[in-house]
Write a protein that binds this ligand. Sequence first.
Ligand code: SD4
Length: 333
Amino acid sequence: MSSRRRFLQSSLMAAGAALLPAARALPASNGAKVVSTWDFGVPANREAWRILAAGGNALDAVEAGARWAETGQCNSTVGRCGYPDRDGFVTLDASIMKGDGSCGAVAALQDIDHPISVARKVMEKTPHVLLVGDGARQFAVAEGFEPRELRTPEAEKAWREWRETSRYAPEINAERRGVPGNKDNHDTIGMLALGADGRMAGACTTSGMAWKMHGRVGDSPIIGAGLYVDDQVGGATASGVGEEMLRNAASFLVVELMRQGHSPSDACHLAIERVVMKRPQASKTLQVCFLAMNNHGEVGAFALHQGFVYAVCDAQQQDTLLQAPAVYATSKT
Ligand code: SD4
């Protein structure tokens, strides 16, 4: 089947299809909204919504949602339980950004299970935007974060199994496709929130690509790649193989496309087309996903390959999970 036909088919199949109905509705309150990547975005959004529904701000909301993803679940792609790099180290990346341009991030952080909160401290307490490696860890400890072992027995077992082949080949939506022994090697949480005051914030946190080279940093802690927010326009976040987002300054690109008048959905679609245009062959085997929300609370998403889902929560709808349209209907070509 031609790529074009696959694209049309998947767009028709996937566009806006609600996978889960709204479970319950809170009293319409304040125009606040939170969105996040993947299915674990549903419980993460609930944490963020608790804050927004009580009139709290978008920054506190995204930090709370991301913190839930980091420790409230045991997931091989975010925070505690994250899969290690090829040398066996769990190294975490995270960024946080307010719509006024304030931002903070950490990369290749070890032994600290809430990188998103360390990123917030970088934003609030240092003159810098990004701290990495040992320096990030030292800063976290000085700020009162308790170091702990992040590598779980399950992650260690998966790593030992992986070492039998030591093959680095990110699978598209691996867990969802039931690929044996290749669980969830990319599923970052990216979250965007709009507060009742019209201010926005975003957070992005991940253990990065499983089995990456030691020292590899992905898009998630890089402002403009894995996350970008501007109160004047809206925000965008990304998931998937971070090298593609880095090459394209992708989240910034999505926000700038919205600034030019594109809807969040069109902006994500155009950014995906840019990824394809840059590396047409690689695009057939990698997953890249964008999620955007403008400052009116309109939401859109687009992925290279079908299977990217995102969660939406506001006063009218909680626990809503939507499937993003994609260029390729199948995860393998
Ligand atoms: C990275 N973008 O480190 C992250 C991984 C990810 O879905 O998003 N996985 O490249």
